[in-house]
Design a binder for this molecule. Structure first.
Ligand SMILES: [Fe+2]
Ligand SMILES: [Fe+2]
Length: 252
């Protein structure tokens, strides 16, 4: 089972490089499944119907989310009915949408899960408790968790916690790809953060001038997406059968 997981797609620049680069990545890796984190895909914050449709048409099979999941109110109109969209599972019971989905590829069922960290993040249910319950089902062949978190320690701990119990744990949210991709000793593939897909010369996708101004003046500052200059695509390629993980970085 071969999967490409693409890190947080940020706004129009992210969708543009995705559209340009995905065909060659598909040719190179022949993935069975393409998953992307879509929490920043519409204008940098959240997801709307038009952008979701555009991403699925580009070739994405599943979109995972994160702390920005509710930023576009429109999501309440479609998250409940679309099994291709997965939001963090550790929201309270009754929250719209689902924290997992299952897809069948070549006769095999892949369980895709999304959780939010709770260190320097909104205070949701304990991700370690929630994942225990979620993996306590037996009707799947492969499993992958997008652990959307800020603290490297929380993500690394989750990787070890699930070592041997899940096929892959990929971190998202920080927008910076880490170089610690590896196979943990009981076979779980792991990376602390996949990185982002969007502008290359901003600060995590935002215009550098806006972010610098905020740090210098300490005043509230409006953040705009960096729309000029080169773009980057960060992803990982995972082969769940041969237990291999490789980073992908494209710049244009
Ligand atoms: Fe993000
Ligand atoms: Fe996030």
């Amino acid at each position: 089972m071969k999967i490409i997981f693409i890190g947080d797609i940020v706004g129009k620049p992210g969708r543009k490089i995705l559209k340009n680069k995905l065909p060659s990545l598909i040719e190179k890796y022949s993935p069975d499944l393409i998953i992307a984190n879509g929490e920043n895909a519409a204008g940098g914050k959240g997801l709307n119907q038009r952008v979701a449709d555009e991403l699925f048409e580009s070739g994405i099979d599943i979109l995972t989310m994160g702390n920005h999941v509710w930023d576009k109110k429109e999501i309440f109109n479609f998250i409940q009915g679309d099994k291709r969209i997965v939001r963090p599972a550790n929201y309270p019971k009754g929250t719209p949408g689902s924290g997992f989905t299952k897809v069948e590829v070549n006769g095999k069922i892949i369980l895709i899960l999304n959780l939010s960290g709770i260190v320097y993040m909104p205070p949701l249910d304990c991700p370690f408790k929630v994942i225990d319950e979620m993996l306590n089902v037996d009707d799947y062949d492969y499993s992958l968790l997008d652990f959307h978190g800020e603290a490297t320690s929380e993500k690394i701990a989750m990787g070890w916690y699930l070592n041997g119990k899940i096929d892959a744990v990929v971190g998202t949210h920080t927008h910076v790809q880490t170089s610690d991709y590896r196979r943990l000793d009981k076979g779980t593939l792991y990376i602390t953060d996949v990185g982002m897909t969007g502008p290359y010369n901003g600060v995590l996708g935002v215009k550098k001038e806006d972010v610098i101004k905020k740090f210098v003046t300490k005043m509230p500052t409006r953040f705009n997406i960096e729309t000029d200059g080169p773009k980057q695509l960060n992803a990982v390629y995972l082969d769940l059968n041969s237990e291999k993980i490789y980073p992908i970085k494209e710049i244009e």
